[in-house]
Design a protein around this ligand. Structure first.
Ligand code: ZN
Length: 172
């Protein structure tokens, strides 16, 4: 595994629509492993392939246990061609992006989503998520469509430079 360089805002790759993946093979699994290691090292709670310079529809998500409620399990996902098929509710909450270091802002997101995807064994999967995990999934899937969280901040006065500690909690 390897730590990859994270592409920063201003790089046109972050504004492209990423390509659909036809078949998961060993090279894609290796990329997912490298993205996983890169996300944990950053540290962040999610990472999309365009953020490491690869314009393909692959995301990884790692939300620590107990994020929203004490008994929430840890969430670990590696998803190919993820797509939101249902979304409900609305909640405004803080987000940051590993491609925009140091900044956070308040973003409205659906509070519950169902995501259809393929796993690294080429099997179809459906993920139901709420709260923070739902937020991270929406942020990462946006990256595949060239959308950054700053595009979604309604109240631009909430965009702020935050401490390293606060950034690590919201970076994705
Ligand atoms: Zn991001």
């Amino acid at each position: 595994m390897a730590i990859l360089d994270i592409v920063l805002e201003g790089n046109p790759l972050l504004r492209q629509k990423a390509t659909r993946i036809r078949h998961v093979d060993a090279s894609l699994r290796a990329l997912a492993d490298d993205m996983w290691e890169t996300m944990l090292e950053a540290p962040g709670v999610g990472l999309a392939a365009p953020q490491v310079g690869v314009s393909r529809r692959l995301i990884v998500v790692h939300v620590p246990a107990g994020h929203d409620h004490d008994d929430d399990p840890e969430v670990n996902l590696r998803l190919v061609n993820p797509e939101i098929v249902r979304a409900h509710g609305r909640e405004v909450g803080p987000e940051g992006c590993l491609s925009i270091p140091g900044w956070a802002g308040d973003v409205p997101r659906a509070d519950a989503v169902t995501v259809k995807a393929v796993d690294l064994d080429n099997h179809p999967v459906r993920i139901k998520a709420t709260g923070y995990t739902a937020r991270v999934l929406q942020h990462e899937i946006d990256h595949l469509d060239g959308i950054l969280f700053t595009d979604r901040v309604e109240d631009k006065s909430t965009l702020r430079l935050v401490t390293e500690e606060e950034f690590d909690d919201v970076a994705e």
